[in-house]
Design a protein around this ligand. Sequence first.
Ligand SMILES: *Cc1c(COP(=O)(O)O)cnc(C)c1O
Length: 450
Amino acid sequence: MDVRSLVEEHGTPVYVIDEADLRLRARTFVEAFRAAFAEVGTSVDVYYAGKSFLSVAVARWVREEGLRVDTCSGGELAVAVRAGVPGPEIGLHGNNKSDDEIRRAIELRVGRIVIDSAAEVERVATLAREAGRTSSDPVPVMLRVTTGIHAGGHEFISTAHEDQKFGVSLAGGAALAVLRDVLAHPELDLVGLHSHIGSQIQDPAGFRAAASALLGLRAELRDVTGRLVPEVDLGGGYGIAYTSDETPIDVAHLARELAQIVRDACAELGTALPAISIEPGRAISGPAGVTVYRVGVVKPVTVSGGSGGSGGSGGSGASGEAEEASDGSTFVRTYVSVDGGMSDNIRPALYGATYSVRLADREGAAGVLRSRVVGKHCESGDILLPDVELPADVAPGDLLAVPATGAYGRSMASNYNNLLKPPVVAVRDGVSTVLVRRETEEDLLALDLG
Ligand SMILES: *Cc1c(COP(=O)(O)O)cnc(C)c1O
């Protein structure tokens, strides 16, 4: 679809999702993982990590492609339910689930509640009993295990104790003790072990190490209790390309590698293969989304005393190639302001996440302008792209497109400065459909009781 007609119809900023692309990525995970694990003799369920972006339509699409839905709050559960996803095809995570959330998950008969702490065992068991669940109809639970492996980006750090809030550590027998506690509760059914080691992972070594650690714990639990849990969830975090310098993880290759690790580890441990589940989020929704903004103000800013080194928050820093003034001690940086910013994409400010950008409504003039693309918020750190090349004639009224914003854009959006959250528009076969409409001032004021 022509981006100009899309914008004419839906305005800016707008999140655009390519439905066919999202569906294909979802299907690819199911097909690649099922094929690879079938080869070694076991099955795979793919849960779409709803936190990356969940709407009723997207939940339906992924379900149609054979996925289940992973949620971590009452709100996400509500969207999945509205989409008609049956409870048994939903998972519920979270390090601090409320009693209400747990109660709803039990009522909905979700496929698994992922227990995240020692204290949560008794809470879930109590709520299960209150709901009338007994050993003949127990509530399926998993335990989130912290394997000591944390991965993300190109990092791969192994530590004995992870200083973070999720899960129960393998170290010192902590996870094993919680698992035994779960088994001592007849109203709970321990269906598996879970691990999620991080996000935006490009190096499969972390997945390999985590899978081995979980399978080892599974064998240990069998040795101690005689109980071999049927399922192992390897989590999400599959890396995507945010810029042309990055390479997305090769899903089919990773699936084959993981299948071999699971097969070999189980053979070594003398256990039957578990059923496998995985939870990709950004790798499904991220590359399918593009945010389109309109340029408002283009402002050359003379920066003194430097070579154009890093400035603002978050970016990898300006390159020093900005136009140098004749005396070499000042340079001009062009600030290109768009009509959104940190409220529709917090990732650059939050994590220093990098993106690319294109002039989207016309062909630009020759020559490039080293630019910083910023939002409209009252915050100097409201920088979307700290240092990018745009055509030299970029001007007010132009459209800029930022790709790979389908994950953790709308789902992390805020109303900072009382900006209105942009709509999410799906495109397919030359037709655009609003999945989530643009917020209005009435929406904002409806919450304000005066
Ligand atoms: C965030 C998260 C995911 C998905 O991560 P992606 O990087 O979007 O693939 C999966 N599982 C759990 C438990 C998570 O917290």
